[in-house]
Write a new protein. Structure first.
Length: 503
């Protein structure tokens, strides 16, 4: 019994001596005034060297397990590995110490990393001694276990210092759906907590949060945002131009500093407007706005269907569909452009595309109006059916033309003012699905107009000024529609008087 016991004492002695030597090494390094160049140079090798002892002690542990399992216990065969482990661990400790002295590692994890490394290195020397003295097997196994434990702790804190917590980025903790939408907005909305945090969480925190601190910037807490990043403050309350948290988002996509980087979910215009609102109104932690009547800058975000991030599968499907639609738009537009090009000028010039990429036409003949005949309109029917806005005011609109237009799935706005249409228009257009605005100014519609219940489902504005229509009755028949009778002009008598006086 005496021998193993004295061996153990000797091992403890080795541990103490090793710790003391490492402490002495650190003390000496601390006193060095000339660390700068050589220190930085050697410290730079720490990330390379540190992997050697890790690999070696893992090899020792595996070898031990293997031998215990096979029952082949050849004492002392791991001695060379222990020598390598002890030497490389000590070199790692020294280079690591130099690296820390080079600065830039002010981290709460540093202390744990340093103590872990000192204990790990000492244990490697103890392991070597135990191997040399052929200490009892259980003692050697415990040392091996301790070495693995120490290297895990050390490596964990080292990793935290350099890369942040790898588990913070774990897929099971970072389901993007968690951030996918805003919560419900109550009567009072805390702008920072309920709007800013979810936006940054969905679009920025993956790279500026616990898992990574790109640009040494975290955006996952108010304090961190205020603290700023590598190049100082990113938030200047009230100053959009200086706040890089805003300006980097507004940079063109192709710009190197554009945030978020390409191929990441981007900030949408309403989200940017929301962030800008917060910054320009003082970037307070506790700012509150009304949830019932939110400021215009926030209103678009606060609709219940707003999604910050979409389900990736749905997103992919939607993008594919959008691409297909865009392709179809190009084809439609080319076809329409060719059709338009074939028209005589007085017909063609009434048409324009809604915008540079759209395949949606507007028709408003303006100065060519007086040249257009009933036959002209008949021949334009296919193009009118492809139009979203059709202005045929003052033109000879036949009932058959009206019926064709009523079939259009595109038509949003129809201007029939100063045409000869009468009450039949309500029956004919009542089922036009997309019709939102209808102008019947100066037409023959009158008090006898009949509205089929449920018709004009999407209509929002109906102009019946300068007609004999009963605005009040229309209002009742079409409760969801803004029925506009007089245009806020002076009453008819006054207008007449003015007309007379100007005559
Ligand atoms: C895919 C990762 C990624 C995402 C997502 C991301 N960033 Fe960044 N961000 C970076 C990187 C990398 C840098 C460092 C760029 C450099 O140093 O040149 C950086 C730097 C910055 C900086 C400059 C910090 C400084 O002080 O130098 C700001 C500000 C910034 N990001 C804001 C944002 C905002 C706001 C969002 C969300 C809308 C965002 N980032 C999303 C990767 C990301």
């Amino acid at each position: 019994m005496a021998k193993p016991f004295s061996n153990l004492l000797k091992l403890i002695g080795v541990a103490i001596v090793a710790m003391a030597l490492l402490g002495g090494l650190a003390y000496q390094l601390d006193r060095l005034e000339v660390v700068s160049l050589w220190g930085d140079f050697l410290g730079g090798f720490h990330p390379v060297v540190l992997h050697l002892p890790i690999g070696i002690v893992i090899a020792i542990a595996l070898q031990t397990v293997w031998r215990r399992w096979r029952g082949t216990s050849t004492e002392g065969e791991d001695r060379l590995l222990w020598v390598l482990a002890a030497v490389t661990a000590t070199v790692s400790f020294g280079t690591g110490y130099l690296l820390v002295m080079g600065g830039g590692y002010q981290s709460e994890h540093l202390t744990w990393h340093l103590w872990g490394a000192a204990i790990f290195s000492s244990l490697c020397w103890v392991g070597l001694a135990a191997s040399c003295w052929e200490t009892a097997r259980w003692a050697r196994d415990m040392i091996t276990g301790g070495v693995i434990g120490a290297v895990s702790v050390t490596g964990h804190y080292g990793g935290l210092m350099v890369h942040g917590d790898p588990f913070a980025g774990a897929p099971w903790l970072n389901d993007p759906q968690r951030f996918a939408k805003f919560g419900e907005f109550g009567p009072e909305v805390r702008v920072y907590d309920e709007i800013v945090v979810p936006i940054l969480g969905a679009k920025c925190v993956a790279c500026h949060g616990p898992a990574k601190q790109n640009g040494r910037l975290r955006l996952d807490s108010f304090e961190a945002i205020v603290a700023g990043g590598e190049h100082g403050a990113v938030l200047f309350p009230g100053d959009l131009e200086r706040s890089s948290i805003i300006t980097f988002i507004s940079l063109p996509d192709s710009h190197n500093d554009h945030m978020p980087p390409p191929n990441r979910p981007q900030i949408t215009p309403p989200e940017l407007a929301g962030l800008e609102y917060w910054v320009s109104s003082g970037a307070e932690l506790d700012q509150v706005v009304s949830g019932e009547e939110p400021p215009a800058e926030l209103a678009a975000l606060m609709v219940p269907i707003y999604r910050l991030l979409e389900d990736p599968d749905a997103l992919e499907a939607r993008e594919a569909q959008e691409a297909e639609e865009a392709e179809q738009r190009v084809i439609n537009r080319e076809r329409l452009a060719a059709d338009l090009a074939a028209l005589p000028e007085h017909q063609r010039l009434g048409f324009s595309f809604e915008d540079l990429e759209s395949d949606r036409l507007h028709f408003s003949p303006a100065t060519y109006r007086h040249l257009l005949t009933t036959e002209d309109l008949e021949s334009l029917l296919p193009l009118l059916q492809a139009s979203v806005k059709v202005d045929v005011s003052g033109l000879p609109v036949s009932e058959s033309l009206l019926r064709v237009l009523a079939e259009s799935s595109q038509l949003n706005e129809l201007d029939l003012s100063e045409t000869s249409v009468g009450n039949e228009v309500f029956a004919i257009l009542g089922k036009t699905p997309g019709l939102q605005r209808l102008n019947l100014f100066g037409t023959a519609v009158d008090v006898n107009a009949e509205i089929t219940p449920g018709s004009f489902a999407n209509l929002r504005q109906l102009f019946v000024a300068n007609t004999a229509a009963d605005v009040a009755a229309l209002d009742v028949a079409l409760p969801h529609v803004d029925v506009i009778g007089d245009l806020g002009l002076a009453p008819p008598e006054a207008v007449e008087e003015e007309d007379q006086s100007s005559d």
